[in-house]
Write a protein that binds this ligand. Structure first.
Ligand code: HEC
Length: 138
């Protein structure tokens, strides 16, 4: 970390300069460490939140495009008691990612199958969205 200007300064100020220079370098190292910690913190924490928020908006978009016609606001316009609310999902054992994904992929009675239209990742994202909404009361 000794740069050219430091060398020149050292040759002018001798051994006293050397002690001062060592202190200056210590401060430089400290500042760099603090900067790196900050950079890592900024990179890790908001990045995590952003990824979560992204997943939710993907699920929401898929829901609006494919499900809301029959399930607007977590309701069921065809079979009124089979809503997407927490109590109904629990009652019909649909309160898991696996159960919802299975039904979305394969369909059931009047509910169409989405296996050909949505990828596995999209099915999982929308299942996650349904569970989150059920948990927060739509
Ligand atoms: C054409 C209307 C229609 C569309 C579109 C539709 N569903 Fe359904 N959904 C139904 C019907 C009807 C049922 C009840 C099926 C049964 O059990 O007979 C149902 C049931 C469900 C259930 C179980 C609810 C419970 O209380 O047991 C979930 C979860 C669900 N749908 C999720 C979705 C998701 C996610 C989408 C979009 C990818 C979707 N549905 C699209 C009609 C629809």
């Amino acid at each position: 970390m000794v740069i050219y200007q430091d060398m020149k300064w050292l040759s002018v100020h001798g051994w006293k300069g050397r002690i001062i220079l060592q202190r200056v370098m210590l401060v430089r190292c400290g500042a760099m460490l603090v900067f790196m910690c900050l950079a890592i913190a900024l990179f890790v924490f908001p990045g995590h939140d952003a990824a979560l928020a992204d997943d939710r908006t993907v699920g929401q978009r898929i829901f609006s495009a494919n499900c809301s016609a029959c399930h607007i606001g977590g309701t069921n316009v065809i079979i009124s008691h089979k809503t997407l609310r927490k109590e109904a999902l629990e009652k019909y054992a649909m309160n898991s990612i696996e159960a919802i994904s299975h039904q979305v992929t394969n369909g059931k009675n009047a509910m169409p199958a989405f296996g050909g239209r949505l990828t596995d990742a999209e099915v999982e994202a929308v299942a996650q969205y349904v569970l989150q909404q059920a948990e927060s009361g739509w």
